[in-house]
Every structure is written in C-alpha cells, then in structure tokens.
Design a protein around this ligand. Structure first.
Ligand code: AHG
Ligand code: MN
Ligand code: MN
Length: 337
C-alpha cells in the first residue's frame, strides 16, 4: 500500500537533529551535500553502457589495481561536492594515497570525510550493483587549521555518521548517525531520496553466507571447518545455509542487512591482512551493521576498536548477523593449526 506521506532524506536528517538541541544543523547540510554527489554518480553509473566511459584510464591506483574511469569520476565528484561547504578539514579517498586537503580559498571545517568512491568496480562493465561508502568523524586537532593524519586515523567507534549508496536495480542510500539505520530510495524522475527502509534491524541469526570460496585452499583451518559446517544438513539450525556473493562488498552487505547473513573477507595465505580497507570500507560498514543490531570483527577483535596506523591499511572482516559472526569467531579460536 502507498505510504500516506513522503519522508525525504533532507527532512529525515533535520528531524533527527531536532531531537538533539546541541546540534548545529551542520550534519544535515553535510549529508545533503553528500546526497547530491550520490545523485550525480548514480546518473553517471546509469549511463555507463551508453557513453564512452567504459574501459581503463590506463592509470593504476595506489594499490596497483587498474582504475576505471567511473572510479575516478566518483572520486572527483565527491571531492567537488564536499570540499567547499566549510564542513571538512580533510578527506581521504581509496583512490588517493595522501590526505586530501581543503583548498586554501575555502573555509576549513571540523569534520573528516573518508570514502570509497566506487566499491565493486570490477562489476561496472557487467551491470552488477556497485556502491559508494562514506565515514565521518569530528576532528581532534584544534579548529581552523588543515586536518592532519591524527584527525583521519581515529578508531571506528569515534564515527559520528556513516553510510553507503548502492547503485543497483534502484539507487538506495543507507545512513546512520549511530541511532538507527535508515534507507532512502532515489526517485530518478524528480531526483529525491525518499524513505523506503525505516529503522533497519538485521536478523540476529541467518541462513546466508557471503565469501569468495575460490580462496578456500588458502583459508585458516577453522574457517574451512566453519564453511563446511554451514553446508551440512540440519533442519533445527536451518542448515545448509545458502551462499550469496556478488563481489561488490557494499551490495553483499546490503542484502545481508535486510535479509540476515554473514559476509566474510578473511585473511588467507595470499592476503595476510585480508583485502578490504579498514578506514573507508570496514569501519563505516561496521558502524552501520552494529547500529542495526549486528556484529563486525576481524575474527578476534571488534573492527571499530582497531587503532588504525595508516590510511589504507587492510583488515580481515567478518560482519553481519550477530550469532553467525560469533560462531565463526569461535570456530577460528578453537582451531589454531
Ligand atoms: P573496490 O572495487 O573498491 O576496489 O573493492 C573491491 C572489493 C569489494 O568490493 C569486493 O567485495 C571485493 O573486493 C571482492 O574481492 P574478490 O574479487 O577477491 O572476491
Ligand atoms: Mn571497495
Ligand atoms: Mn573502490
């Protein structure tokens, strides 16, 4: 049945701030600037098959991976949308090695923005969901000066907001400020994000798992046993689990957030610290999943309590329905060989 009223993203954020008398309205303005970038990227993603945007730029990013044009388009769009609002003192992107400073002509703000401009970029050419992930902190160094590494390298527990956008069968923006997780679907005809998923809660236990099983040979023995356990038949515990793996982490986790599930990118013999990046992939997704009642760890430690040492460091990730994440942690703790 159609909703009796429309809740736009902008209105939702303002109403959230109203519940906090100390709020200045800055977070509303900042998230609304971000949603403009999301709309522009969404438009470009939808045109990807039509214009001469596919193929590689010929450049490698700092991780030695080939960068596609759309990654750089998303990176540039986010910077263009966010560097002049007076909100930020520094930004960090997967596509740039160093801190991105705010140009001298613009006001320096009190927040830090970290982002993965386009996640799942190997799926661009094949019409499979991709996304953008962002994470926001309050700076810890004094205001008025350019932001420093210290401002950027905070533990995930200090995040004040995080979100992602999935460019899929429709475009959805999901965000949290730590109090509830909300999803807004973009109406492409009038360009407005409308509340479609209010107060998302992830099921405590699921029967779905998401992992790149092609890496099985290289896994920790406890993880091998856990995946075999999920594949055994047992009605009482809803096994066997079903596997779902898109290859765009943001899309995989979005599905698990709505239906329940566990997503894993473990350490293995080829990826000693896993593959995903702590600061702009794992921390924001962990903040969102925990705010929805789920759990996120590196197998031993809560992701958001890891003390980061560098902007682009990797971490193993186990994230999703609480009971499932606890179980994989137990399997790995009980099997050290
Ligand atoms: P990105 O496109 O930002 O570089 O991220 C790719 C990541 C993540 O999105 C995805 O889940 C994972 O890489 C897939 O890795 P595998 O192909 O090794 O499974
Ligand atoms: Mn990514
Ligand atoms: Mn990326």
């Amino acid at each position: 049945m159609a909703k009796t009223q429309f809740m736009t993203l902008a209105r939702h954020i303002i109403e959230g701030e109203k519940r906090h008398p100390e709020a200045t309205g800055e977070l509303s303005r900042l998230l609304s600037d971000l949603s403009l970038a999301a709309k522009i990227i969404s438009l470009e993603v939808n045109k990807a098959g039509l214009v001469d945007i596919l193929g590689f730029t010929g450049n490698n990013n700092i991780h030695g991976e080939q960068v596609k044009k759309l990654d750089m388009f998303a990176h540039d769009t986010l910077i263009k949308a966010m560097d002049h609002g007076g909100h930020f003192c520094a930004m960090v992107s997967e596509e740039e090695e160093d801190i991105i400073h705010i140009p001298a002509k613009h006001k320096i703000g009190k927040y830090v923005l970290l982002f993965d401009p386009l996640d799942g970029s190997s799926n661009i050419d094949v019409n499979i969901s991709i996304g953008t992930i962002f994470s926001i902190y309050k700076r810890i160094t004094p205001e008025g000066q350019p932001g420093t590494l210290e401002d950027c390298l905070q533990q995930g527990v200090n995040q004040i907001a995080a979100g992602y956008i999935v460019y899929g069968s429709s475009t959805i923006l999901v965000y949290t400020t730590g109090e509830g997780v909300h999803g807004f679907t973009l109406d492409p005809s009038f360009g407005e994000f409308l509340l479609s998923h209010d107060d998302i809660k992830i099921p405590k236990k699921s029967h779905f798992y998401s992992i790149n099983e092609g890496n099985y040979l290289y896994w920790h023995p406890g993880l091998k046993k856990y995946i075999k356990y999920l594949q055994e038949e047992d009605e009482a515990t809803e096994r066997p689990y079903s596997a779902r793996y898109v290859g765009s982490m943001v899309a995989d986790i979005h599905r698990n957030l709505l239906y329940g599930g566990i997503y894993m990118y473990p350490a293995d013999n080829h990826h000693p610290n896993g593959k995903l990046r702590l600061m702009y992939e794992c921390n924001p997704m962990s903040f969102i999943v925990e705010a929805a009642g789920g759990r996120a760890s590196n197998g031993k430690q809560r992701i958001m309590e890891i003390q980061p040492e560098s902007l682009h460091e990797n971490t193993p990730l186990f994230i999703g329905s609480e009971e499932d994440v606890k179980m994989v942690e137990e399997f790995m703790a009980n099997d050290h060989c």
